[in-house]
Design a protein around this ligand. Structure first.
Ligand SMILES: [Fe+2]
Length: 246
């Protein structure tokens, strides 16, 4: 474990670990945002809606000022630990509430997933909920040994999922929280109020729900997070906080 000192947000308590055998970085930042209660109040005023079939819950847009106090520190972390030397571009940012109970998960939601096959994309997951809401777990597919699934591995990964289906049947309708014959759990991060984690979105991972409250659609009770996806900036793209999102 490496304790980070290269960042500009001086209230942060940040550490870096390497995930599994592939050793891709996972940065954990406590005391991430100076105004977490303002974030929760803002989420409480928003209209949440279901989104794509991959996320088992509802989402709402996050306003641009969210990034202002953490922008410089995030840029430092991304440059030094994710090799974002050309700058940072925000692709998506939204509040998320987990609302789907295990029995209602679709097939794809019962397995670990990646946040797309773009190998440079980084996920920033900010917990605005407490430890009893579980956390996040990272996995290795047993058949392939893959801990990450960028685009060039997708076909082999999919073959592995299909072979598992043929030999083991459909995964049971529950969140994938364990080691079994399909995947090994290789790293776990607990939710903590105002903790953020950064990882490459191509790492296989899952949501770990906690108690029954974890499926509440009330931002003050449920498993509220801010989910941001960033990408290295190219010429003409905008830095964090300048994304066209209200
Ligand atoms: Fe994800």
């Amino acid at each position: 474990m490496e304790i980070l000192c290269v960042h500009s947000a001086r209230w942060w308590q940040a550490q870096k670990v390497l995930i599994g055998r592939e050793g891709r970085p996972l940065v954990i930042i406590d005391n991430f945002h100076p105004l977490p209660t303002v974030c929760v109040d803002d989420a409480d005023r928003r209209s949440f809606r279901p989104v794509a079939r991959h996320y088992p819950g509802i989402r709402a847009p996050v306003p641009k000022p969210y990034f202002a106090p953490v922008r410089r520190g995030l840029s430092d972390i991304l440059i030094h630990h994710f090799d974002y030397r050309g700058g940072v571009s925000v692709q998506e940012c939204f509040y998320s509430l987990l609302t789907t109970p295990p029995a209602q998960l679709n097939y794809i939601q019962r397995l670990p997933h990646v946040d797309g096959g773009d190998d440079r994309k980084v996920a920033i997951l900010h917990y605005l909920c407490y430890e009893h809401h579980g956390g996040t777990a990272f996995f290795r597919q047993r058949r392939t040994g893959f801990e990450t699934v960028p685009n060039d591995r997708f076909a082999a990964y999919k073959q592995g999922v299909e072979a598992d289906h043929d030999s083991l049947g459909a995964p049971t309708p529950q969140y994938y929280t364990r080691n079994d014959r399909r995947f090994d759990r290789i790293r776990t991060v607990k939710a903590r109020y105002n903790r953020a984690i950064l990882y490459f979105g191509s790492n296989l991972h899952t949501i770990l729900p906690g108690t029954e409250d974890s499926f509440s659609d009330d931002p003050r009770i449920g498993r509220l997070t801010v989910n941001t996806f960033v990408h290295p900036a190219h010429a003409g793209q905008k830095p964090p906080g300048a994304a066209s999102r209200d």
